[in-house]
Design a protein around this ligand. Structure first.
Ligand SMILES: NC(=O)c1ccc[n+]([C@@H]2O[C@H](COP(=O)([O-])OP(=O)(O)OC[C@H]3O[C@@H](n4cnc5c(N)ncnc54)[C@H](O)[C@@H]3O)[C@@H](O)[C@H]2O)c1
Length: 236
């Protein structure tokens, strides 16, 4: 009983400290993390959010490894990067990140051409939109292959060198559809909930070992972004 009471008091104390910390950080946020000199691998740089991230990371001085299945889209991104005067963008195209073998091969090429990746942004995703009863087995498997399993294959390939150096940052793009369920997006929502679980669980697993404690994890939950992925986005 005494131990239970002590636990409750500790949780209460920690909660109060966390609330004050959150209020303080709201007014005095920590300095932004620099990405200068980092090697950032971003999936899905051929369009939308991935393209914008590639431009931003290049602008902030990171070397960017842009991966996409779509050669044309990625070439357009490379052109945009060039027009802005940056030379730090490397494209790796026709790479289907849902295929484990493709990602293993990508790992070898990136290491030889660019070096050890220190930031990973698992961004590429697909979002077929219709009722579950009209969704084929093939489509369900594809959604999970691209939106979920690719995260496993990318980290399997690129995380070990980060763990060796105890340095790196993993970013997983989930979605608000990974927080609340939505109609016509059942497999998509399930895949985005899975990304959330994957990120949280792996962050905890690495945090337990001091040798990996400096590898950071960030999960992103965008609402609607007008990239074309979500047709005719409407928000109240
Ligand atoms: N756009 C939104 O409103 C929104 C909202 C929440 C979350 N998201 C998430 O953000 C991420 C990016 O979305 P977006 O709107 O920029 O999408 P997008 O369709 O504009 O771009 C996705 C890119 O990923 C690439 N890609 C798709 N499958 C691939 C594969 N197997 N291998 C390699 N590349 C592949 C595509 O070729 C494309 O260039 C996705 O994970 C999406 O689920 C988007």
């Amino acid at each position: 009983m005494a131990i239970l009471l002590l636990d409750i008091l500790i949780v209460l104390f920690k909660s109060i400290v966390a609330i004050f910390e959150a209020i303080y950080l709201n007014f005095f946020p920590p300095p932004e993390e620099s990405v200068l000199g980092e090697i950032a691998l971003i999936t899905g740089t051929g369009h939308g959010i991935g393209r914008e991230l590639a431009l931003q990371y290049c602008a902030h001085g990171a070397t960017v490894v842009g991966v996409d299945i779509n050669e044309k889209g990625n070439a357009e991104t490379a052109q945009l990067v060039k027009e802005r005067g940056y030379t730090n963008f490397h494209t790796f195209t026709r790479c289907d990140i849902s295929q484990r073998q493709n990602v293993t091969e990508l790992g070898k090429k990136v290491k030889a051409k660019v070096g050890d990746v220190t930031i990973i942004v698992n961004n590429a995703g697909i979002m077929p939109c219709h009722p579950l009863k009209n969704t084929s087995e093939e489509e369900i498997r594809k959604i999970f292959d691209v939106n979920v399993f690719s995260h496993f294959w990318v980290l399997e390939t690129f995380l070990p060198s980060m763990m060796e150096k105890n340095h790196g940052h993993i970013v997983g793009i989930s979605s608000m559809a990974g927080v609340v369920g939505l109609p016509n997006l059942v497999p998509y929502c399930a895949s985005k909930f899975a990304v959330r679980g994957y990120m949280e669980a792996l962050a905890e697993e690495l945090r337990e070992d001091a040798r990996n404690s400096k590898i950071k994890f960030t999960s992103i939950f965008p609402f609607m972004v007008d990239t074309g992925l979500c047709k005719n986005p409407k928000i109240k």
